[in-house]
Design a protein around this ligand. Structure first.
Ligand code: ARG
Length: 460
């Protein structure tokens, strides 16, 4: 067996079971690129500070580049007995270039090294997720643009509430996604402080320059407190919280579209290219992608809970438990990106069943609130107007009529405030046209929102 990089004080080698149980190379090799970036910055700093020679630095940098090439060409041998990505790379570097490689870990611990790698990885992951969010926003805005003017029932309690324009509804998701992207960027700003140089937990007496490595790696500044630097995992808790919120937004979209694709609603027709069938029922066409978007949100929440639970009982500073922080983060990122991409693809492959939607609009007295507003315009207190319209609805329900079917006599019988112009307020088209408040579903308001998002996202 090869001597461990930490083997000096040991008389026995570790058992196979323990080696297998404690390794992380099977998953943390995902960090290789960022590990190499961090090591290159560290080596350059060590040379500048006179802690290693210029020629040591040159061979380290050359060796690390060669390792990266090998990894990317699939020629690198990842060894479980070398435990993790950091020691795999360092041990291979030592085989390749000899003595200079043994100087690379000067004034560094795997504790600050792994955090540096992980933060660099998360920073890139955040950019990837933000790009996928934007891609979905564009798909939703395009869907909204191609359905301008389409009125759908709006729901509260899943009961018919008021008529809304479909683009208004779709843009609600775009707004949610915009906040998700904003939270990601906030999280990145707060995360972007460099742990490198904190060493095991206490820093070092060697004359390193933490500001130099921090800057070289694109961090805002070195972390102020070395103990905090190697213990901090709130940056990943925050990151996975943000992902969980995004996942929940997508899950709600998934639920809505699954519902709308049902026979009972029939508002949305997914194309065959985003549907799947049943192995027994020949007639079936299921909206599985959006069901799985809904389902996979569970994993993303689970990943967050894993991380929170992992950290809850840990004393400062580093504890090996923390090695368990990586898989949930990798899983969360992969899952959220998949959910965003599939939602965008689904959005690009659905049509709304205008005829079915149109037919459904008369049900549920969607114009009742607009009718109450009419009476307010005529001078009635809102509570009185509410009561009057309630009586009108009651009459409609008992006679199976729409509000617009009531005659002026019927209406006047309930309140003398009604006039012939009431019919300009009744029916869903009229009702939608009456909305005018900022952010409302009125066609002018929605047009300006659409215009905003179209300019923001579709023409850049
Ligand atoms: N593989 C370890 C992790 O991911 C690296 C740090 C190990 N540090 C240690 N003192 N054993 O946490």
């Amino acid at each position: 067996k090869e001597n461990k990089l930490w083997g000096g004080r040991f008389e026995q080698t570790v058992t196979d079971k323990v080696e297998k149980f404690t390794e992380s190379i099977s998953f943390d090799k995902e960090l290789y690129k960022h590990d190499i970036m961090g090591s290159k910055a560290h080596a350059s700093m060590l040379a500048k500070q006179g802690l290693i020679g210029e020629s040591d630095k040159d061979s380290i940098l050359k060796g690390l580049d060669e390792i990266q090439r090998k990894i990317e060409a699939g020629e690198f041998e990842w060894r479980e007995d070398r435990e993790d990505v950091h020691m795999n790379i360092e041990a291979t570097l030592t085989e390749m270039i000899g003595e200079p490689a043994k100087k690379l870990h000067t004034a560094r611990s795997r504790n600050d090294q792994v955090l540096t790698d992980f933060k660099l990885w998360c920073r890139d992951a955040i950019d990837r997720i933000a790009a996928s969010i934007k891609n979905l926003q564009v798909a939703m805005v395009k869907l909204a643009l191609s359905n301008e003017g389409l009125i759908v029932p709006g729901y509260t309690h899943l009961q018919r509430a008021q008529p809304v324009l479909l683009p208004h509804l779709l843009l609600a998701y775009v707004e949610q996604l915009e906040r998700d992207a904003g939270r990601l960027l906030d999280c990145k700003l707060r995360m972007n402080f460099c742990p490198l140089g904190a060493c095991a937990l206490a820093g070092t007496g060697l004359p390193i320059d933490r500001f130099m490595t921090s800057e070289a790696l694109g961090f805002t500044a070195p972390m102020r407190n070395s103990i905090d630097a190697v213990s901090d995992r709130d940056f990943v808790m925050e990151f996975l919280s943000v992902n969980s919120i995004t996942a929940i937004h997508l899950s709600r979209l998934g639920e809505e579209w699954v519902l709308w694709a049902s026979e009972e609603f029939g508002f949305l027709i997914p194309s065959d290219s985003v549907s799947t069938g049943s192995s027994i029922m020949p007639q079936k066409k299921n909206p599985d992608p959006m069901e799985l978007v809904r389902g996979k949100s569970a994993r993303v929440i689970g990943d967050l809970v894993t991380l929170l639970t992992l950290c809850k009982g840990l004393p400062l500073a580093y504890n090996r438990d923390l090695q368990e922080d990586k898989e949930p983060v990798f899983d969360s990122v992969k899952t959220v990106v998949g959910m965003l991409e599939v939602s965008a693809e689904f959005a690009q492959n659905i049509t709304f069943n205008r005829e079915r939607i149109q037919k459904s609009l008369p049900a549920g007295h969607l114009d009742a609130t607009t009718l109450a507003d009419y009476l307010v315009n005529k001078g009635l207190p809102f509570r009185t107007a509410h009561e009057v319209v309630g009586t009108c609805v009651h009459l409609c329900v008992s006679r199976n009529l729409r509000l617009e079917d009531l005659t002026l006599d019927d209406l006047k019988h309930i309140s003398p405030a009604f006039n012939q112009d009431v019919y300009e307020y009744l029916g869903v088209e009229n009702a939608v046209n009456k909305f005018s408040s900022y952010g409302s579903t009125g066609s002018a308001c929605v047009a300006s929102q659409l215009d905003y998002w179209d300019k923001e996202y579709c023409h850049v």
